[in-house]
Each structure stands twice: as structure tokens, then as C-alpha cells.
Design a protein around this ligand. Sequence first.
Ligand code: Q0Z
Length: 293
Amino acid sequence: MSAPQLLGWRHIYSGKVRDLYVPEAATDEAHSDYLLVVASDRISAFDHVLEPPILGKGALLTALSNWWFEQLAVPNHLVGEDPAAPPVPAEVADRAMLTRRLEMYPIECVVRGALTGSGYAEYRETGAVCGIDLPSGLSDGDLLDEPIYTPAYKAPLGEHDENITFARSVELVGEQVAAELRDTSLRIFSRARELAGARGVLLADTKFEFGRDPRTGALTLADEVLTSDSSRYWDADVYRAGGEDRLASFDKQIVRDWLSANWNKQGEPPELPPEIVARTLERYAELHRRITG
Ligand code: Q0Z
């Protein structure tokens, strides 16, 4: 599809909005020390990839992720100075992450500071999220007194991730790693929420992915971190005003609203008009500007 050919790299996988490459010299993913994660300018909504791309989105999200990696005092998968690493092609340099391949854990480490989305749906049905009992009477979008760790099992390609209890995560990765994933995730989230909050952005929830660095044995933060594709950001002023739009996604709401008004969600979505594309890019830029100051 739209994953570009990159000199020295072989394309192995594309998600909705990102493309994954291994060095051409590697026989397969499992034998490569490095992976190149490229954030495209594609945008998705309602489970569809839309046209046209939002030129500049990939660079803004990559910059945001890189900025967060720098703030967080946690080992991460980014490759710094390393003469052995293959070069990053210039045409994707501003939206590519050169990473070390980790042994990934099959758990999405979700932390919620607010109750919404799949967490709210589960709460409505059971009064709990991932085995954590919550007070009765909570509404969609309510802030939680303390952030909660609500892991999900990474489903095979094409299937939706499945919320699991902490006890189930222990069965999957062992007691010690499960506790390490939980404690590290909660610590990073609290730090990030404080930082974002000071800049007028409410971090509602986020998802981390971790692996083990085979060279160091250290638990290592992977993937993208605290981007709006892996997190829910709300405008703190809008949230506090309490209107219908208080839970509006900081960046994608313009697209969602336009699609809702111009598409019955059957078949292929219509092409986004230039005005919607421009306003959406401006929201991505504003999120980046506000958070990184
Ligand atoms: C991340 C993904 C996609 C980009 C594999 N450092 C790492 N070590 C091992 N595995 C990964 C990473 Cl980043 C890894 N993904 C998710 C999918 C584009 C990232 F299409 N997959």
C-alpha cells in the first residue's frame, strides 16, 4: 500500500498508521537487532484509514513520543549513538524511530486516570474494570481518585485486545514481571499526567508496551509513548466547562465530527475536505506545542 520503500530496510508490517521495517541484511524480524518504526501521515477514525493523509502528522507524533522518552527516567528502545546501527533514510528521518529489537511482553499496559471507552463499558456491565472494583454511580469521563492499571492481552493480528485482570497477567508473564509492568506504568502515568496537566491538557488514559532488552536484561519501554494515538488527551478547560464535548479527543474530534455528519458509517468513508485536513493538522501541532512547550 502506501508504505514506502526505504534503502537498506525491508518493510515487514503495517498497522493502520505506522510501518515497520527490518534491516535488509536481517533474514527475518527475529534475527534483527534493530527495527525501524515509521509514523506515517495516515489518519484513522471509526476503524478506517482515511484519505487524504495529514501531511506533517507523522513528524508531530514522532516528536511528541521522542520528547516523552526524554522526560521519562525509564530505559527505552531508542538507539542513540551506535556505529553498528544501520542509517535512517533521510526521507523519513523526522518520523522514524530507530529502535533496538526487544523481547516484547504480550501485554498492553493501560493506565486510566478517567473512566471512559472500554473501561467505562466494562464498569457499566460489572462495576469493575479488569477486576478492580470501583465506586458505584460513576459517569462516562469521570476522573478516578487514583489512576488504575488495567492491562489487556495483545490479541493476534486483526482481533481486538482483551481486558484482563492483574492475576491473569501474572499467569502470562510471572509475578515479578507483572508487578514490574504495573508499577512502572503507574509511575510513568502519574508523572506524565502532572506534566500535561500543567500545560492545560488532561491525560485521561494511555497504553504502554514494554519488552526486555536482550543485551542489558532491563525492562525497557518500547513502541510510541504518550502520543495521541496511544493516549486520550482532552483539553482541560473544555473538560472543566462540562459541556457535551468535554470528552472530545484533542486531535481527532474534528475528523470524527465531520465523518459523523457526512457518512452513515457503511462502506468506505468519504474523502476529507481540505478545511478538515488543515484544522486537524493544526490540532496535532497544538497538542505538540502545548505539551512540549
Ligand atoms: C512494535 C508496531 C507497526 C510500528 C513490533 N523495539 C521493538 N522491539 C520489538 N518489537 C517492536 C519494537 Cl518497537 C514492535 N510493534 C508495533 C507495528 C509499526 C510498530 F506496524 N511491533
